[in-house]
Design a protein around this ligand. Structure first.
Ligand code: FES
Ligand SMILES: [Fe+2]
Length: 457
């Protein structure tokens, strides 16, 4: 295949105007050097990441639809730090974030993943209380404190918070750059998929014996699909993905869905995988007249009908957006796989103490459509009987180290692979990764990380 090396590979919709979500961004030349592999295992590097990256960057703390009512809260842990995200009122922006720590003796104030407080947060240690607006409301046996001590009793300490397309970002930076500047075109892409109208219907957190960046690297490319996930080849692109690199370490790949990989030997027949895709939108494979290249446009056409029938507001979406996977890298630690019907929000959450462990945290969101004729597609991989109404926020399903995430075969395969990659990264003989342009997002990500670690950002 002619790879268009100097333009960073193919464009899936060459006609797309600059403003379109599927427009191919100008190629970013990130050079050809490699990186010292110690970043994947060294404790010293991890300490620098804490100080120079995590303490300053915006990260995704949660999803606003998880806390719909005043007093609803969620907790978000980032390495050894923890935050409370709480709804303080009915407006879309009425959400606050605080460090999750009691100002009396440093206890972690809230331990639950989610909950609702009526009135105040109460510390379990000595029952001090704070309102949802962060004000100290009650000190137990206040008369036993000398006034000079009580005068130091703090309110909850806030952190900056921003919301884009219903996704909540926070930063510990006391003087952060505006969130939309940081996200760049990614913010518009999230909005174009109406992510704010989706709800989390499944949330799985599994622990993998690898560095968080080993995880990011594997999810930021499709180069390994043929080797590790050959079952994807009948219906999914790989070498023909569109890669786009944006400012501030953001990136994405658009993975064509509903057509065979150029590596797949059969390019002539509507294979079983494509038949499955036709079925998934209610088309009879037996009655389908076209060839394998006609499946993807047929899927897009059905989805356009759905948009009209169910009022989904997908009129602004191109065929590429309707059918393909927009796997978007939100620097530093997220891959957000967006589709009109739903999205996979994957966070690669570093372990607080061990640079060779991370949590692979996946929230599956779906667009709830109040019409019994509308079905959430099978390929989203939700277990039988999953409540997709958005009425009940599911608990986080936690998996032990080494236990597969049970999010489908592809992810189980990745969970087996990554600890093995992690072992190899420590070899004395390994001098650093050699990235192809199919792996350009990795180079883009690591160069941005270097700018933080080296103090340029
Ligand atoms: S540590 Fe929280 S009330 Fe004492
Ligand atoms: Fe994979």
């Amino acid at each position: 295949m002619d790879y268009n090396l100097d333009q960073g590979g193919p464009a899936l919709n060459p006609e797309a105007p600059d403003s379109a979500a599927d427009h191919k961004a100008a190629y970013v030349d990130n050079g050809t050097d490699t990186k010292d592999p110690s970043r994947y295992y060294s404790a010293a590097y991890k300490a620098r990441e804490w100080e120079r990256l995590w303490s300053r960057v915006w990260t995704i703390a949660g999803v606003a639809s998880d806390i719909p009512e005043t007093g609803d809260f969620l907790t978000y842990d980032l390495l050894h730090e923890s935050f409370i995200i709480v709804r303080t009122g009915p407006g879309a922006a009425d959400i606050a974030a605080y460090y999750n720590v009691c100002g009396h003796r440093g206890n972690r104030l809230v331990q639950a993943d989610f909950g609702r407080v009526s009135g105040a947060f109460t510390c379990p240690f000595h029952s001090w209380q704070w309102t949802i607006d962060g004000a100290l409301a009650h000190v137990t046996d206040a008369e036993t404190f000398r006034p000079e001590v009580l005068a130091q009793a703090p309110d909850l300490v806030p952190v900056s918070l921003g919301i884009v397309a219903g996704v909540i970002f926070i930063t510990m930076d006391e003087n952060p750059r505006p969130l939309r500047d940081f996200l760049g075109p990614v913010a518009d892409h999230m909005e174009s998929f109406h992510v704010d109208k989706m709800n989390v219907v499944r949330h799985v957190r599994s622990e993998w014996a690898a560095n968080w960046k080993t995880g990011i690297d594997a999810f930021y490319e499709t180069y390994h699909l043929g080797s590790v996930h050959p079952q994807t080849q009948p219906i999914m692109g790989d070498i023909n993905c569109q890669f786009d690199c944006y400012p501030n370490g953001m990136s994405r790949m658009i993975v064509p869905i509903g057509q065979p990989s150029p590596h797949f030997p059969d390019q002539e027949t509507v294979n079983e995988g494509l038949q499955y895709m036709l079925n998934s939108v209610g088309l009879e494979p037996e009655a389908f007249k076209g060839g394998p290249r006609d499946v993807r446009p047929a899927l897009a056409s059905v989805k356009r009908d759905w948009s009209r029938q169910f009022g989904l507001e997908w009129e602004g979406l191109s065929d590429v957006q309707l059918t393909d996977s927009f796997a978007t890298g939100i620097f530093p630690n997220v891959q957000f796989g967006m589709h009109p019907e739903g999205a996979f929000l994957m966070r690669f959450m570093p372990h607080p103490d061990d640079p060779q462990r991370f949590w692979y945290d996946t929230m599956t969101l779906v667009r709830h459509v109040d019409n019994p004729l509308f079905k959430v597609p099978d390929w989203m991989g939700l277990p039988e009987g999953t409540d997709c109404s958005g009425r009940e926020r599911p608990d986080i399903e936690r998996k032990a180290t080494g236990e597969p995430p049970e999010l489908g075969l592809v992810l189980d395969q990745d969970s087996e692979l990554l600890p093995v990659v992690q072992k190899g990264l420590r070899s004395k003989a390994f001098k650093g990764p050699l990235w192809s342009e199919q792996e350009q997002r990795l180079r883009h990500f690591h160069n941005e990380l270097d700018r933080y670690i080296e103090g340029e950002k």
